[in-house]
Design a protein around this ligand. Structure first.
Ligand code: SLL
Length: 158
């Protein structure tokens, strides 16, 4: 496969999670009593930009000791997993590129965030009571060094 010497092309992505405390009065049917939050982890383009022309599938690995079927594979957007739980942990995110790119999968890590970053105990309690969403997102750039011609065409045609 021909690669373009000296060419480097990058595309931005955003990955991370939002978490919302569960309202005890509206606990979804079937949710275990010890689950305190509902959360969604995702990989997206910036401002909703399409990323499917370079990302073929995304695999999220959840905390294997406590989640059934910890490996969640998304072959289509939205590349996201929604779950509930009680604790924070590191999620492994594996990005797979289209075969024409000849790129190996890329692994990212995200620490699932359920609790607000700061505030004293009273402030944190208020945030819980008001069920304020907590967000933790990272902006990153995927750099394709000396991309294949096919990948270059794919990336520049969008
Ligand atoms: C902790 N080391 O102890 C971390 C692990 C795991 C969180 C947190 C599972 C929910 C379920 C869940 O919330 N795991 O049991 O279905 O804080």
């Amino acid at each position: 496969t021909k690669r373009l010497k000296g060419v480097s092309i990058y595309r931005p992505i955003v990955y991370g999670n939002i978490a919302v405390p569960v309202d005890p009065a509206e606990r979804p049917r079937g949710m275990p009593a010890d689950h305190t939050h509902q959360w969604t982890i995702s990989v997206k383009g910036v401002d909703g930009a399409d990323i499917t022309h370079f990302i073929k599938k995304v695999q999220f690995k959840l905390h294997a000791d406590t989640y059934a079927n910890p490996t969640r594979t998304l072959e289509h957007p939205p590349f996201e997993v929604s779950e509930s739980g009680w604790g924070e942990f590191e999620i492994q995110i594996k990005l797979f590129f289209h075969p024409e790119s000849n790129e190996k999968p890329l692994t990212l890590f995200h620490y699932l965030k359920l609790h607000p970053y700061n505030g004293d105990e009273a402030e944190l309690e208020l945030a819980r009571q008001q069920r304020r969403p907590v967000m933790s997102y990272n902006y990153d750039e995927l750099v394709f060094n000396e991309p294949t011609e096919a990948m270059y065409d794919i990336l520049t045609s969008k």
